[in-house]
Write a protein that binds this ligand. Sequence first.
Ligand code: KIV
Length: 279
Amino acid sequence: MEPKKLTVPDIGRMKAAGERISMVTAYDCPFARLLDEAGVDILLVGDSLGMVVQGLETTLPVTLDEIVYHTRMVARGRRRALVLGDLPFGSYQASPMRAVESAIRLVKEGGAEAVKLEGGTTMARTIEAIAAIDIPVVGHVGLTPQSVHRMGGHRVQGRRGGHAPGERDRVLDDARAVQAAGAFALVLECIPLDLAAEITAELTIPTIGIGAGAHCDGQVLVLHDLLGLSSDWTPRFAKRYAELGREVVRAASAYVEEVKGGLFPTEAQAFGARAAKAG
Ligand code: KIV
């Protein structure tokens, strides 16, 4: 039986009902299918694509064409989950109009049901413009990887007496601005858990945390961290639920060994072997 498709209003209702929201990044159809089958609520085609799939140091070079291409693959694999496309660096900052055009491409060409963008008060007009044409928007504040150069690295934001003065208030103001501008959910990345709890209690839209503690309305993890597909180093906030990287190496080594030793393929994997034998 086809599962009931999740919609944007369902995500809001989950907060009201106290049901936690699960989000995982996805970049292709097979993993989208598996994550959907596992019951993941939101599949985020994140610009983390650059770092975990393309092997880049930052997310900055990821293009809108690339996100559209990967969103299309993810959308084909989803049955129940909501597909959320990430607006990459350079596709929305120049003007609200540019952002609207990029968001339209993610929906029209990629099959996204909603878009995400980074930034708070400075992006309020942009969120308003996208929401005004009925494309649902998810905000993203705290550690915003597209601002890596301003932040001086991927560092926790909003600590009391943190790196920059007033950081905590800035994160709080950003979260409020995102909600006021019309976003339907907000990603909180790498902020202290008490700040995430304060924001979650104040906002009516759901918060989805990554490195923001347990008090958020939902959680998001990068697929490669969750599955243990990235290097042995895992960010402190992530949890490896499997070691698929090691399993891939084990399976591929066994294959190499069997090819070298003439053990693969056997008759079972060959065509016409039985007929030849009978003849
Ligand atoms: O691009 C991404 O994967 C993200 C998540 C880390 C929230 O933005």
